[in-house]
Design a protein around this ligand. Structure first.
Ligand code: SF4
Length: 288
C-alpha cells in the first residue's frame, strides 16, 4: 500500500501569520492578559497550544463577538484571521483595550472589493456560510450585502437594484461556487462577478481533483473548519471511494484502508503540520 501526502495541504499564509501575531503579542507583553475573540483559526489543537502560552480564546457557540467583547475589561484583544467588523473594533477602543488585527490579507482583499462596489451603488450577493465569522464580518459592512448559502436562499432573494455584484467567502468549494454562480447569472443576467476563493483554498482543492488513483483520502482538520469541510466535499464529488475527515491519527480506523492500494492524506489550511505528519507516520507504521 502506498501512503502519500497531497501537495499542497495544511497551513496557509493567513494561518501562519495569525499564529505568529498571537504568539508575538504574548511574548512582547508578558504582563498583559491576551484574549482572542473567537478561535484564531478553526483548529482545537492550535487553540490548545495558544492556551498553553497563556493566551485565552473566548469562543462560546451562539455568543456574538460583541457579547464576547463584553467579557473583557482590560488587556489586549486579538481579532481572528476571518476578519472583524468596524463596530467591534470601535467598541474595543471605547473600552480602552488594545487590539491586534490578524485578519488575513485575502479576506481583506475581498472586503475591499465589496466596499468599492457598494460605493458605486451596487447591491452585493455574497455566497458564504451562515454564522461563519468571515461571512459575519462581511455582512456587517452594509445592509446591501445579501448572504446566499444555497439555491433556496437565492430563490427567496429579491433585490430592487439594476446594479448587482456577486462574490464569495474565500474558503468555499469551487464546484459549489460554479453551480451557484450560474444560477445567479440566470436570475440576474447583468450581474458583475468576481470569484474570490483564495489561492490557498483553490490550490488545495485542485490538488484533490487531480488525484487519479486514490482509494482512500484522509482529510485532517477540525469539524469547525470550512475549508477542511470543502476538501471533503471535493473528494466525494471527485468520486474517491472513501473520504474520511479525522482530527488526528487517533481517529483512524485501520479497517477503512482494507484492500486499498493508494491512500492519500490532505489537510485543511488551519491544520498544524505536526498532525499531518503523525497521520502519515501512523499509517506507514501500521502498514509496514
Ligand atoms: S484559507 Fe485563505 S483566506 Fe483563509 S486564512 Fe488562509 S489564505 Fe487567508
Amino acid at each position: 500500500m502506498e501512503i502519500k501526502k497531497v501537495i499542497p495541504s495544511g497551513y496557509c499564509k493567513g494561518v501562519v501569520n495569525a499564529i505568529r501575531l498571537a504568539k508575538k503579542t504574548k511574548q512582547d507583553n508578558p504582563g498583559s492578559d491576551v484574549y482572542i475573540l473567537g478561535m484564531l483559526v478553526h483548529n482545537s489543537f492550535v487553540t490548545e497550544e495558544l492556551s498553553q502560552l497563556g493566551i485565552v480564546t473566548l469562543d462560546d457557540s451562539g455568543t456574538s463577538k460583541s457579547e464576547l467583547l463584553d467579557r473583557i475589561d482590560h488587556g489586549i484583544v486579538i481579532f481572528t484571521a476571518h476578519g472583524i467588523s468596524d463596530a467591534i473594533k470601535r467598541k474595543a477602543v471605547e473600552k480602552g483595550l488594545t487590539y491586534v488585527d490578524a485578519t488575513c490579507v485575502d479576506v481583506l482583499k475581498t472586503q475591499n472589493i465589496i466596499r468599492s462596489y457598494l460605493d458605486e451603488g451596487y447591491d452585493v450577493i455574497y455566497f458564504g456560510k451562515q454564522k461563519h465569522p468571515e461571512a459575519e464580518a462581511v455582512l456587517s459592512i452594509s445592509e446591501k450585502i445579501h448572504l446566499v448559502c444555497d439555491e433556496k436562499m437565492l430563490d427567496e432573494l429579491k433585490i430592487d437594484n439594476d446594479k448587482i455584484f456577486l462574490t464569495n467567502q474565500t474558503t468555499m468549494s469551487y464546484l459549489e461556487l460554479h453551480d451557484l454562480f450560474e444560477l445567479v447569472r440566470k436570475k440576474y443576467p447583468a450581474v458583475v462577478v468576481e470569484e474570490e476563493i483564495c489561492n490557498a483554498t483553490s490550490s488545495r482543492q485542485k490538488a484533490i481533483s487531480d488525484l487519479k488513483d486514490c482509494d482512500v483520502l484522509y482529510v485532517v482538520g477540525d469539524v469547525k473548519s470550512n475549508n477542511t469541510a470543502k476538501l471533503v466535499d471535493i473528494g466525494k464529488k471527485h468520486g474517491i471511494k472513501k473520504v474520511l475527515l479525522i482530527q488526528d491519527y487517533k481517529d483512524i480506523d485501520l479497517k477503512d484502508t482494507d484492500g486499498a492500494e493508494n491512500v492519500y492524506v490532505t489537510a485543511g489550511a488551519s491544520t498544524p503540520p505536526k498532525l499531518i505528519e503523525e497521520v502519515i507516520a501512523y499509517l506507514r507504521t501500521q502498514h509496514a
